[in-house]
Design a protein around this ligand. Structure first.
Ligand code: AMP
Length: 401
């Protein structure tokens, strides 16, 4: 069976086609600059040359049509016709409290995705646009929604509730939801395999460090806590997002800088994080390079970034009463061994001891714990698309005759 995985953002469409018989990737690509002049599609078919296609301007519907045309192209496509694709999996960022699992998309599901526009204004509208464009072009196959929020639905109220008047939860659904669910799910299950223990018996702290970053505490197969909250702004310091902040700063800054609610939202999401502190870049490679050249604000950004991760490790070790392993993943977690080293330094009292030499590896599955460390220190490359493809296959099988 073949599954197409689609991740539609406000100005991009990412896709992968999987052959689910062996879970190999037949083709993948990224259409960038959707909705603005100068759309660019980079398509990578397995075993063939990469192809770049440029177009003047494409909306999401035309963009999706271009992607499907490329997939079926006689020269660089990966299927002869769309009939070969058995199901489509769509990444959906916010499923509110309704979805604790992936789901076959029908009108009721789309209604819920729409109801979450208010709390995920950057993500859910393009996600739904992608779903509708794809459904119109591929009406005969099941479309499955895989939610970033679903994995965290096992959290209990003392971890997901804010200390706000209870009415704000009942009326506006203000609570912590958590994001990056497919990534945490994937690496936590892989970690259990590496530990040689059933997942349901493990205590795991997953640390996803990329452009967006989040952490998760998992015990006995249930998510206990996660660092992102009502939106993906809470928690760790990120490329351009501030993470945890005294809420009083928000209205103080609105006053001082004369910002309205949209502008402060943009400020905290796009101008803060390591970019805001360093003034150099949101990209961790640039920050590391600038810090190495002696830039004091880049050095400070690195320290704040690592310090926040350390603080969450302490928080989660307390909540889990210790853990079997820390798992590092995503762009920075998989590649930035100097960052992993700073995070794991000086925590031997907590049972965390690393082998500094073993840690000096990029993008590979490793355990860099010292032999006498009580906590295993794992690096596991994430694969969110594969989780979406597997879930899509599982749900689609129930609908196919
Ligand atoms: P992601 O969002 O998972 O694609 O991760 C993107 C982030 O990973 C960017 O901040 C990159 O700078 C960072 N990254 C990629 N390679 C490295 C590396 N070798 N060392 C440190 N950070 C890296």
């Amino acid at each position: 069976m073949k599954v197409l995985v689609v991740n539609t953002g406000s100005s991009s469409i990412k896709y992968q086609v999987f052959n689910m018989d062996d879970e190999s990737v037949l083709a993948k690509g990224l259409l960038d600059r959707v909705g603005i002049p100068g759309a660019v599609l980079v398509h990578e078919p397995q075993g063939k040359e990469k192809v770049t296609i440029q177009k003047d301007r494409l909306d999401h519907t035309a963009g999706m049509k271009l992607v499907l045309d490329v997939l079926t192209d006689s020269l660089y496509g990966c299927v002869r016709s769309l009939d070969e694709i058995d199901a489509v999996g769509h990444r959906v960022v916010h499923g509110g409290e309704q979805f604790a699992d992936s789901v076959v998309i029908d009108d009721e599901v789309k209604k819920v995705v729409r109801e979450c526009f208010d709390i995920a204004p950057l993500h859910n509208p393009p996600n739904l646009m992608g779903i509708e464009a794809c459904q119109a072009l591929m009406p005969g196959v099941p479309h499955v929604g895989v939610f970033d929020t679903a994995f965290h639905q096992t959290m209990s109220p003392e971890n997901y509730m804010y200390a706000l008047p209870y009415d704000d939860y009942e009326q506006y659904k203000i609570r912590r939801y958590g994001f990056h669910g497919t990534s945490h799910y994937f690496v936590a299950h892989r970690a259990a395999e590496m530990l040689g223990k059933p997942y349901e018996e493990c205590k795991i702290i997953t640390i996803h460090l990329g452009n967006g970053s989040s952490m998760e505490a998992i015990k006995d197969g249930r998510v206990v806590d996660t660092s992102m909250g009502f939106t993906p702004l809470e928690g760790l310091v990120m490329g351009t997002r501030c993470g945890d902040l005294d809420p009083a700063i928000v209205y103080y800054l609105m006053d001082k800088r004369g910002l309205d609610s949209t502008q402060i939202n943009n400020y905290l999401n796009k101008k803060a994080g390591v970019l805001g502190i360093s003034g150099v870049s949101s990209d961790m490679r640039d920050i590391i390079a600038a810090a190495g050249d002696g830039n004091p604000r880049a050095q400070l950004a690195l320290k704040i970034f690592c310090n926040r991760v350390k603080a969450y490790i302490g928080n989660y070790l307390a909540k889990l009463n210790g853990c079997d392993c820390l798992v590092f993943t995503a762009g920075i977690g998989e590649n930035g061994y100097d960052i992993r080293e700073s995070i794991c330094a000086d925590m031997d009292w907590l049972g965390i001891k690393m082998d500094v030499e073993k840690n000096k590896v990029r993008g590979q599955k490793i355990d860099f714990a010292a032999p006498d460390s009580r906590v295993r220190l794992l690096v596991i490359p994430t694969d969110e698309e594969l989780v979406i493809a597997r879930d899509t296959l599982r749900l689609a099988k129930g609908t196919l005759t």
